[in-house]
Ligand binder design. Structure first.
Ligand code: ZN
Length: 305
């Protein structure tokens, strides 16, 4: 069992300093048990960065297919009635801090604690893009990404993809998903398009981004930890995707995302559907069944984003 002091010492060893602005991609499970639970990790981190520092985490709520919103008309969220985020235990813990602030853009919210919390959350409004808050934190505060557990993640892929897609007129076709939000007594449906990518394809260039953006690596508790410069990872990703968007495609013929979702994908909805129907009679029938459900929903409801 790790103590508060041990976690704090590990964070200092990792190069975290007073006044840092940090985007957290932290797995509590990877750290191992802490005396006092996951909240103690955040206490230790906030202690190291001090009142001049800021942390932020994605706190996305579960969303539903926009065309089916009638079925979800009774699930209305608001700042006072915010559901458990699907992004993990750390955002949930962060939300429990009295000084925590949540984006005004509740369909795509981040939870922020610290010096820049008011500015970042109050200006992250419905008319801004989903990852506006991350972009702003890089531009204004040169923020870093703290990743603990699993493979390195950088928090900048969505930004670089948005920019490269726009520059190259590429797009993604996917289901539009949203949620009902109550604001000033009015209930309205909000959805927000968002580019996603395949983790298997990402493995091909993860090391390259790590090398370009790594500030320091070490351990926190039992977990592998790495701090990266988000400005540098963004720049490296811009280079990679600008070279060739096909870097984003993995080579698995059954990958739903890579084969069908992008304007530069190499299959079509119908070809992909046919292939999955063929697989229904193999031992992969469960995966094939899920893929068929996904592709049928996509054919019915997809939108470009
Ligand atoms: Zn893939």
């Amino acid at each position: 069992m790790h103590t508060y002091e041990k976690i704090k010492e590990d964070l200092i060893q990792l190069g975290i300093q007073k006044g840092d602005t940090l985007f957290l991609r932290v797995s509590y499970r990877a750290i191992g048990k802490i005396d006092g639970g996951p909240k103690v990790f955040l206490d230790a981190l906030l202690d190291v960065i001090g009142p001049e520092g800021t942390i932020f985490l994605s706190a996305f709520p579960k969303k539903h297919i926009t065309q089916l919103r009638w079925f979800y008309r009774n699930q209305v969220i608001s700042k006072e009635n915010f559901p458990k985020p699907f992004t993990g235990v750390m955002p949930l813990m962060a939300l429990s801090f009295p000084e925590a602030r949540l984006s005004n853009k509740l369909e795509f919210p981040f939870v922020v604690i610290g010096r820049h919390a008011d500015y970042l959350t109050e200006n992250h409004t419905h008319d801004k893009r989903g990852y506006w808050l991350t972009r702003e934190a890089i531009k204004k505060y040169d923020c870093k990404c703290l990743r603990i557990g699993g493979k390195p993640l950088f928090g900048t892929s969505h930004l670089s993809l948005e920019d490269v897609f726009e520059a190259q007129n590429a797009y993604m076709s996917k289901l539009r998903k949203g949620i009902y939000i109550r604001e000033n007594g009015v209930v309205k449906w909000y959805d927000e398009p968002n580019i996603t990518f395949c983790g298997k394809a990402f493995d091909h260039y993860r090391d390259r981004i790590t090398q370009a953006s790594k500030l320091k690596e070490g351990t926190v508790g039992d977990g592998y930890a790495i701090i990266t410069s988000m400005r540098k990872s963004y720049e490296e990703e811009m280079k990679i995707y600008s070279e060739d968007l096909h870097h984003l495609l993995c080579d698995n013929p059954d990958c739903y995302l890579c084969r069908t979702s992008y304007s530069f994908s190499d299959s079509t909805n119908w070809k992909y559907l046919k292939r999955q129907i063929g697989r229904l009679f193999s031992r992969d029938y469960k995966a094939a069944f899920t893929n068929i459900q996904n592709i049928l929903l996509k054919i019915l409801f997809e939108k470009k984003s």
